[in-house]
Design a binder for this molecule. Structure first.
Ligand SMILES: [Zn+2]
Length: 148
Protein backbone atom coordinates (compact mmCIF):
# COMPACT_ATOMS: atom_id res chain seq x y z
CA UNK A 1 0.00 0.00 0.00
CA UNK A 2 1.37 3.45 -0.94
CA UNK A 3 1.99 5.91 1.86
CA UNK A 4 2.92 9.54 2.44
CA UNK A 5 5.75 10.22 4.88
CA UNK A 6 5.06 13.38 6.82
CA UNK A 7 6.78 14.98 9.82
CA UNK A 8 4.62 15.88 12.81
CA UNK A 9 4.52 19.67 13.28
CA UNK A 10 4.40 19.22 17.02
CA UNK A 11 7.12 16.64 17.85
CA UNK A 12 8.90 16.16 14.53
CA UNK A 13 8.27 12.41 14.43
CA UNK A 14 7.94 11.02 10.95
CA UNK A 15 4.58 9.46 10.26
CA UNK A 16 3.68 7.08 7.49
CA UNK A 17 0.11 7.81 6.37
CA UNK A 18 -1.38 5.20 4.01
CA UNK A 19 -3.01 6.84 0.96
CA UNK A 20 -6.26 5.10 1.78
CA UNK A 21 -6.42 6.68 5.25
CA UNK A 22 -5.78 10.30 4.31
CA UNK A 23 -9.42 11.27 4.86
CA UNK A 24 -9.56 9.79 8.37
CA UNK A 25 -7.82 12.72 10.15
CA UNK A 26 -4.55 10.94 10.86
CA UNK A 27 -2.72 11.52 14.14
CA UNK A 28 0.95 11.45 15.02
CA UNK A 29 1.90 7.98 16.23
CA UNK A 30 4.19 9.49 18.88
CA UNK A 31 2.34 12.47 20.37
CA UNK A 32 -1.22 11.97 19.02
CA UNK A 33 -1.41 15.49 17.55
CA UNK A 34 -3.48 15.73 14.36
CA UNK A 35 -1.20 15.50 11.34
CA UNK A 36 -2.08 18.03 8.63
CA UNK A 37 -1.89 16.63 5.13
CA UNK A 38 -3.04 19.86 3.53
CA UNK A 39 -0.92 20.52 0.46
CA UNK A 40 0.47 17.00 0.66
CA UNK A 41 -2.65 14.95 -0.05
CA UNK A 42 -2.56 12.71 -3.11
CA UNK A 43 -5.21 10.78 -5.03
CA UNK A 44 -5.72 7.23 -3.72
CA UNK A 45 -4.54 4.64 -6.24
CA UNK A 46 -7.11 1.87 -6.54
CA UNK A 47 -7.08 -1.26 -8.64
CA UNK A 48 -9.09 -4.34 -9.52
CA UNK A 49 -8.04 -6.04 -6.28
CA UNK A 50 -9.21 -3.34 -3.85
CA UNK A 51 -11.68 -1.06 -5.64
CA UNK A 52 -14.96 -2.60 -4.47
CA UNK A 53 -13.79 -3.01 -0.91
CA UNK A 54 -12.61 0.59 -0.71
CA UNK A 55 -15.91 1.95 -2.07
CA UNK A 56 -17.83 -0.25 0.37
CA UNK A 57 -15.92 0.85 3.46
CA UNK A 58 -15.66 4.59 2.69
CA UNK A 59 -18.29 6.66 4.46
CA UNK A 60 -17.82 9.90 2.52
CA UNK A 61 -18.30 10.56 -1.24
CA UNK A 62 -15.61 9.30 -3.61
CA UNK A 63 -14.59 10.63 -7.01
CA UNK A 64 -12.61 8.26 -9.23
CA UNK A 65 -10.45 9.31 -12.17
CA UNK A 66 -10.16 6.47 -14.69
CA UNK A 67 -7.00 7.23 -16.65
CA UNK A 68 -4.26 5.72 -18.78
CA UNK A 69 -0.60 6.73 -18.40
CA UNK A 70 -0.14 7.31 -22.14
CA UNK A 71 -3.19 9.57 -22.56
CA UNK A 72 -2.35 13.27 -22.99
CA UNK A 73 -5.62 14.69 -21.62
CA UNK A 74 -5.23 12.39 -18.57
CA UNK A 75 -1.77 13.80 -17.92
CA UNK A 76 -3.12 17.34 -18.21
CA UNK A 77 -5.89 16.49 -15.75
CA UNK A 78 -3.56 14.88 -13.17
CA UNK A 79 -2.47 18.10 -11.36
CA UNK A 80 -6.12 19.24 -11.18
CA UNK A 81 -7.04 15.91 -9.60
CA UNK A 82 -4.25 16.35 -7.04
CA UNK A 83 -5.49 19.90 -6.27
CA UNK A 84 -8.94 18.43 -5.62
CA UNK A 85 -7.45 15.81 -3.28
CA UNK A 86 -6.23 18.71 -1.14
CA UNK A 87 -9.26 20.99 -1.57
CA UNK A 88 -11.69 18.24 -0.48
CA UNK A 89 -9.43 16.50 2.02
CA UNK A 90 -11.61 14.81 4.65
CA UNK A 91 -14.83 15.59 2.73
CA UNK A 92 -14.51 13.71 -0.57
CA UNK A 93 -11.99 10.97 -1.33
CA UNK A 94 -10.26 11.59 -4.65
CA UNK A 95 -9.10 8.31 -6.19
CA UNK A 96 -7.73 7.08 -9.47
CA UNK A 97 -7.59 3.85 -11.43
CA UNK A 98 -4.97 3.13 -14.07
CA UNK A 99 -7.15 1.40 -16.68
CA UNK A 100 -4.12 -0.05 -18.48
CA UNK A 101 -3.23 -2.02 -15.33
CA UNK A 102 -6.76 -2.58 -14.03
CA UNK A 103 -9.15 -3.14 -16.95
CA UNK A 104 -11.60 -5.15 -14.84
CA UNK A 105 -12.86 -2.16 -12.85
CA UNK A 106 -13.14 -0.05 -16.02
CA UNK A 107 -15.22 -2.77 -17.72
CA UNK A 108 -17.39 -3.14 -14.62
CA UNK A 109 -18.33 0.56 -14.78
CA UNK A 110 -18.62 0.70 -18.59
CA UNK A 111 -15.72 3.11 -19.01
CA UNK A 112 -15.40 3.63 -22.76
CA UNK A 113 -12.70 6.26 -22.87
CA UNK A 114 -10.19 8.02 -20.65
CA UNK A 115 -10.22 10.19 -18.77
CA UNK A 116 -13.62 9.40 -17.25
CA UNK A 117 -14.66 10.55 -13.82
CA UNK A 118 -17.20 8.72 -11.66
CA UNK A 119 -18.81 10.26 -8.59
CA UNK A 120 -19.88 7.87 -5.83
CA UNK A 121 -22.19 8.70 -2.96
CA UNK A 122 -23.41 6.09 -0.48
CA UNK A 123 -21.40 3.54 -2.48
CA UNK A 124 -23.25 4.05 -5.78
CA UNK A 125 -22.43 6.10 -8.89
CA UNK A 126 -24.61 9.22 -8.95
CA UNK A 127 -22.81 11.25 -11.61
CA UNK A 128 -20.06 11.05 -14.19
CA UNK A 129 -17.96 13.15 -16.54
CA UNK A 130 -16.32 11.92 -19.73
CA UNK A 131 -13.17 13.73 -20.87
CA UNK A 132 -10.99 16.21 -19.00
CA UNK A 133 -13.15 19.01 -17.54
CA UNK A 134 -11.84 22.50 -16.73
CA UNK A 135 -10.94 22.77 -13.03
CA UNK A 136 -13.93 25.02 -12.28
CA UNK A 137 -16.39 22.52 -13.82
CA UNK A 138 -14.90 19.79 -11.66
CA UNK A 139 -15.10 21.92 -8.52
CA UNK A 140 -18.76 22.68 -9.23
CA UNK A 141 -19.48 18.95 -9.59
CA UNK A 142 -17.67 18.15 -6.35
CA UNK A 143 -19.45 20.94 -4.46
CA UNK A 144 -22.74 19.52 -5.72
CA UNK A 145 -21.70 16.05 -4.55
CA UNK A 146 -21.37 17.45 -1.01
CA UNK A 147 -24.80 19.12 -1.10
CA UNK A 148 -27.00 16.28 -2.31
ZN1 LIG B 1 3.99 14.19 16.99
Amino acid sequence: MSSIIIACESCGAKNRIPEKKQHLQPRCGKCQTDVSLLGRAVPVNLGDEDFQQFIKMTQIPVMVDFFAPTCGPCQALAPIITNCANRYLGKIVIAKVDTSMHPGTAVHYNIRGVPSLLFFKNKVVIDQLVGAPPELTLINKLDKLLQH
